[in-house]
Design a binder for this molecule. Structure first.
Ligand code: GLN
Length: 470
C-alpha cells in the first residue's frame, strides 16, 4: 500500500504490520514500476537497504529520531556528501558533492532515509521540468502532461508513491506549482527560515528549500527538523525554530484577502477560477471573512522577478567555467576557448537565455533602467504586501493559472511559460511564506491547487491554518 503520512507508517511499524526494510523495498519496487515517469535521476538502492536496517535497530532500541520511517527524495540541486548532484545540467554531470547541505545533515540526524536524487529543471529554471538535461518528468495523473517545475521529479515521486516526502527548492514557485499540478502540499517558507548551505544557487535572494508532502502533518515535522539558524549561511535567520507540530490556531476565524485580478486575468482557466471561488465560499462557510482587494503592482511581478533572478543567476552561474569542476569542452586551446566552449556545450538553452538577460540588465548601460528599477519595484511590492498584512491575516489565490499542460505545449514559448509563475512569484519577491493546498480536480482529472500566503515569520501559523482547512 502507498502510505500518505509518517503517522500511518509509524502505526504499522509499531504493530508489526510492516518493517522498515520491507517499507524501503516497497518504495524501491514502486520506483522501478514507474521508471518511465523519469522522476529519479539516481536511486541509492543498496545504501537505503543498509540504512533501513540501521534505523530499524534504533527503533527497536527506543532511540530513533523524529523522522524514523520517513523515506525522502532530494531535488537534484541539494548536496549530499559523496553523492552526485547535477542541478539536472550537463555542466555538472558526474559531479560528486564534497559536503552535505545543512538540510540533509538535519534530516539524517533525525533518522530520515534519503532514497535518491530527483529530476528538475536545469538549475531550477523552469515551470514544467522540460528544461532538464535528462528529459522531462511525466505527470502520474496523465503521462502526456508535465509535472510542473522546477521541482518536477520531487512532486511526481511523492504523487506516485515512490517516496513519502521530497525536498524541492522554490525561487518563484518551484515547490508550490509542481505540488499543485500533482495534487500535493508544497510549502515555500519565509525567506531565511531554512539554510541554503548546500543548495546550488539560482537567485540567492529568492531561493529557499521547501518540502512536498501528502499531508500538512508531515510538512510540520519536516519543517521543525530542517529550519533554523546555521553558521554556514548568514541569511538563515537566527530566530528560534517555531514549534510547528505544536502550534495551533490562536483564533477561530481569520481575515483573508484575494487579489481581484488573480481571478479576473484572462489566462486563468475557468475551472481553476471556479475551484478558487468555491474554496473562498467554503472559507466563508467556516466563518472566515474573505475580501476582494486590488493590488496594482500585480502586472509588474513577472518582469521584476525575471529581471532580478536573471541578474543573480548570471552572477551565481559564473563559477561554471570549465575550470575548477564540472564539464570541460574537448575543444579548448586557451583560457577563452575553455570558458566559452565549456559553457556553450554544458548549459541548456533556457539557462543561457537567463545568463544573457542577467548580464544585460547588470551591464553599465542598462543597470539603472532595469536592475536598479526592478529592485525599487521589489521594495514597493514588499512594502505594499506588508501593509496588506496589517489588515488581513492571509492572501489567497490560485497557485497556478492552469492545471498541468501537455508536454511540449509551451516549451518553445518562454513568455507563456513565465506566466505560469504569475501568482507564485509574489511570495518570493516579498519573502513571505506560502503554501499550495490541493483543491480538487479538473474534469480531465488533473489536480488544481490553491495558494495561501501568510505573514513573514509566521510559518507555523500558516501551516496550522492549512491543517485546519484540510
Ligand atoms: N518557474 C520559475 C522560473 O523559471 C520558478 C523557478 C523556481 O522557483 N526555481 O524561474
Amino acid at each position: 500500500m502507498s502510505y500518505k503520512s509518517l503517522a500511518a507508517i509509524k502505526t504499522d511499524l509499531g504493530s508489526g504490520v510492516i518493517t522498515l526494510p520491507k517499507l524501503v523495498a516497497q518504495y524501491l519496487e514502486t520506483i522501478e514500476k514507474h521508471k518511465h515517469l523519469n522522476a529519479f535521476l539516481e536511486v541509492y538502492t543498496e545504501e537505503v537497504k543498509e540504512h533501513a536496517l540501521k534505523v530499524e535497530g534504533k527503533i527497536n532500541n527506543g532511540n530513533a529520531g523524529k523522522l524514523a520511517g520517513m523515506v525522502i527524495g532530494l531535488k537534484d540541486n541539494i548536496c549530499y556528501k559523496g553523492h552526485q548532484v547535477s542541478a539536472s545540467s550537463k555542466i555538472l554531470e558526474n559531479f560528486t558533492s564534497v559536503y552535505s547541505s545543512t538540510v540533509v545533515e538535519r534530516l539524517l540526524e533525525e533518522d530520515a532515509i534519503i532514497i535518491g536524487r530527483l529530476n528538475c529543471d536545469e538549475f531550477a529554471m523552469g515551470a514544467s521540468n522540460e528544461n532538464s538535461a535528462f528529459g522531462p518528468v511525466l505527470n502520474f495523473a496523465d503521462s502526456s502532461r508535465v509535472s510542473g517545475g522546477s521541482s518536477g521529479g520531487a512532486a511526481v515521486a511523492v504523487q506516485s508513491g515512490m517516496c513519502l516526502v521530497s525536498l524541492g527548492s522554490d525561487t518563484g514557485g518551484s515547490v508550490r506549482q509542481p505540488a499543485s499540478f500533482c495534487g500535493l502540499y508544497g510549502f515555500k517558507p519565509t525567506y531565511g527560515t531554512i539554510s541554503r548551505w548546500g543548495l546550488i544557487a539560482y537567485a540567492s535572494s529568492f531561493d529557499i528549500i521547501g518540502p512536498i508532502t501528502n499531508c500538512v502533518a508531515d510538512m510540520q515535522l519536516v519543517m521543525e527538523v530542517i529550519a533554523g539558524a546555521d553558521e554556514f549561511d548568514a541569511t538563515a535567520l537566527a530566530k528560534p525554530v517555531e514549534e510547528y507540530t505544536k502550534t495551533s490556531l490562536k483564533k477561530k476565524t481569520y481575515k483573508f484577502a484575494y487579489i481581484k485580478e488573480t481571478l479576473e486575468t484572462a489566462g486563468v482557466e475557468p475551472e481553476v477560477k471556479e475551484a478558487t471561488e468555491n474554496y473562498i465560499a467554503s472559507l466563508r462557510d467556516k466563518g472566515h471573512q474573505v475580501e476582494a482587494i486590488s493590488f496594482d503592482l500585480l502586472p509588474y511581478m513577472i518582469p521584476v522577478y525575471y529581471v532580478l533572478t536573471a541578474a543573480e543567476a548570471s552572477s551565481n552561474l559564473a563559477r561554471f567555467a570549465g575550470m575548477h569542476y564540472g564539464y570541460r569542452s574537448k575543444q579548448v586551446k586557451d583560457l577563452e576557448t575553455t570558458i566559452r566552449n565549456s559553457r556553450t556545450e554544458g548549459f541548456g538553452e533556457e539557462v543561457k537565455r537567463r545568463i544573457m538577460l542577467g548580464v544585460f540588465v547588470l551591464s553599465a548601460g542598462s543597470y539603472e533602467a532595469y536592475y536598479s528599477k526592478a529592485q525599487k519595484v521589489r521594495r514597493l511590492v514588499q512594502d505594499k504586501t506588508f501593509a496588506l498584512f496589517e489588515d488581513f491575516d492571509f492572501i489567497i489565490s490560485p497557485t497556478s493559472p492552469t492545471t498541468a499542460f501537455k508536454i511540449g505545449e509551451k516549451s518553445d514559448n518562454p513568455l507563456a511559460m513565465y506566466l505560469a509563475d504569475i501568482f507564485t512569484v509574489h511570495a518570493n519577491i516579498a519573502g513571505n511564506p506560502a503554501i499550495s493546498i490541493p483543491n480538487g480536480l479538473a474534469k480531465n482529472g488533473m489536480p488544481i491547487g490553491v495558494q495561501i500566503m501568510g505573514r513573514h515569520f509566521e510559518d507555523a501559523a500558516l501551516l496550522a491554518l492549512a491543517k485546519s482547512l484540510s
